[in-house]
Design a protein around this ligand. Sequence first.
Ligand code: A3P
Length: 309
Amino acid sequence: MQSLPMTTMLGSTSKLIMYENFWYVINPSLFRNVLSIQKHFVVKDKDIFIAGLPKTGTTWLKSLLFATVDRTNHPIDKSLLLTHHPQELVYNLESDVYNEAFVYPRPNNLNELPSPRLLSTHISYTSLPKSIKTFGCRILYICRNPVDMFVKKREINEYDQDSLTLPRLEDFFEDFCEGKVIFGPFFEHALEYWKISLEQPYKVLFLKYEDLKDYPSNHLKRLAEFIGMPFSPQEESEGVIQEIVEFCSIKNMKELDVNKNGVINNFFEKKSYFRKGEVGDWANHVKPSMVERIHKLMQEKLEGSGLSF
Ligand code: A3P
């Protein structure tokens, strides 16, 4: 660890450490958990992973994925999402499964999870265990307009209980542009998964938060096909897709008692996962000069990739 670059994290007493070109939090020991995953995680062919940076819509995708996979076990009015927060149904590898401080009930053994196992991670594609890349498992990646994501990320510093100060927007923006974001840099993180989604479309399905907001049913259909559990013509005509979309909408999810009260892992407020859920909220926060700079950066970083926001 001493040989790796480190930097401070704004508004937090935790530090970031750069490993394989991406930033991880040292305290709590997320970085150590990432190393454990690389060393010990045993993948299964049927595993389905949700990947993406925090604040890009991963909780929403967890609800959609879980409801889709579980639809043959539980009709929506009996969904486990009525009694469990999405984070409790799709475990995150580095924050939950490989976290010694993990407190909410879970199977001690990953093998006890029903097949297909639904898991999530914020780890870059580079640093995923090799087996995830070579086995038949699939990855759903979610990305979001970087300006929206950066505004949201600043508002919630979820990795430091003692963090009292909200960083100045200008400072946070500076760090964001320099790539100093937990699990980031943002663009490199997205571009890696984007590239694999083009080269191996059966391996990575790349989704954008904004597209999901605009056409949720179309993208849910794509998701179901990608994971090998397409909606049948009968399900389509019975409105199952629409039912899942409406059930997983932020309007519905944030009103469920299970998502309103209590904390996860003794720390994260359950309701904090469901906030505004709007596209373009950055316009209420960010100065025109910042928008200009980020658009320039976006052009530079994404040039020739085919990825745009
Ligand atoms: P806002 O902060 O813009 O409200 P993540 O789950 O990856 O941390 O992403 C959090 C963002 O997704 C938050 O955005 C949150 O409100 C939004 N979100 C959570 N559940 C959602 C849902 N069912 N539909 C749309 N957005 C949702």
